[in-house]
Design a binder for this molecule. Structure first.
Ligand SMILES: C[S@@+](CC[C@H](N)C(=O)[O-])C[C@H]1O[C@@H](n2cnc3c(N)ncnc32)[C@H](O)[C@@H]1O
Length: 231
């Protein structure tokens, strides 16, 4: 596995079966830092994995940080990493639905699964070091988690609240913007980065070319952070 952000990777311990922080995690932390959206706010990190985003939020001065993940291993990992970092993160087992019951929040951050998933994905040979397939598989269009997340954004947020979510161009950035705006939020891309394909997209490139999602021979993707504001 290529580790492109050694500092970020070493900032948390990642046990087998938990997503190892990648470019998308880093880009989201950069957006949290650059937008100044964290300090003093009640933050929820949806899809927390190792807890790297939640811990960054606590270190950036959040008033409180709650984190959710559907994987018990991830919740234990995030809790241990927050303890090791000496910050308070209330990591819980659950989805955005559980976050709705615990909210509203001033800032919602999320690096959800967003990778388009071929019907043959179960045949792929991807190193277990990268994490579990549930960390990235998101249906044929990559929107299995993005759709409910965008659709419930306004409900998750307190008045004047902010959402920051990261995704790939291949899971339809415009659709996320449209869904967020459809709930009455202002929404725009605030940060983007073009990165080489990692192991998961490399394994899916031929399928993506076949269905017309990827121009022939291209092996890079744009990841973006979307900021949505409740006014
Ligand atoms: C791409 S990883 C992100 C992990 C971490 N936030 C980071 O940036 O490194 C996505 C995480 O979402 C979790 N997940 C998948 N579906 C979920 C859902 N419906 N609700 C909450 N968490 C989910 C996975 O278990 C995985 O830990």
């Amino acid at each position: 596995m290529t580790i492109l952000y050694p500092d970020l990777q070493s900032s948390v311990a990642v046990v087998p079966g938990v997503y190892a922080p990648q470019h998308d995690s880093q880009l989201l932390i950069e957006a949290m830092t650059l937008t100044g959206a964290v300090t003093g706010r009640r933050v929820v990190d949806l899809c927390t994995g190792s807890g790297v985003i939640a811990i960054a939020a606590a270190q950036l001065g959040a008033h409180s940080v709650t984190a959710f993940d559907i994987c018990p291993k991830a919740v234990r990992c995030a809790t241990a990493n927050a303890d090791d970092a000496g910050v308070g993160v209330d990591a819980r087992l659950g989805t955005w639905g559980d976050a709705l019951a615990a909210g509203p929040f001033d800032l919602v951050v999320s690096n959800p699964p967003y990778v388009p998933t071929s019907p043959d994905a179960h045949l792929e040979d991807i190193s277990a070091e990268v994490g579990p397939p549930t960390a990235w598989n998101a249906g044929v269009d990559g929107r299995q988690v993005l759709n409910p997340l965008c659709d419930s954004a306004a409900e998750l947020l307190s008045d004047w609240g902010t959402m920051l979510i990261v995704q790939s161009e291949f899971s339809d950035t415009e659709q996320s913007l449209a869904r967020l705006r459809g709930t009455g939020l202002d929404a725009d891309v605030v940060l983007s980065q073009v990165i080489p394909f990692g192991p998961v997209l490399s394994a899916r490139a031929l399928w993506m070319e076949k269905i017309g999602m990827l121009p022939a021979g291209r092996r890079e993707e744009e990841i973006v952070v979307i900021r949505a504001e409740k006014r």
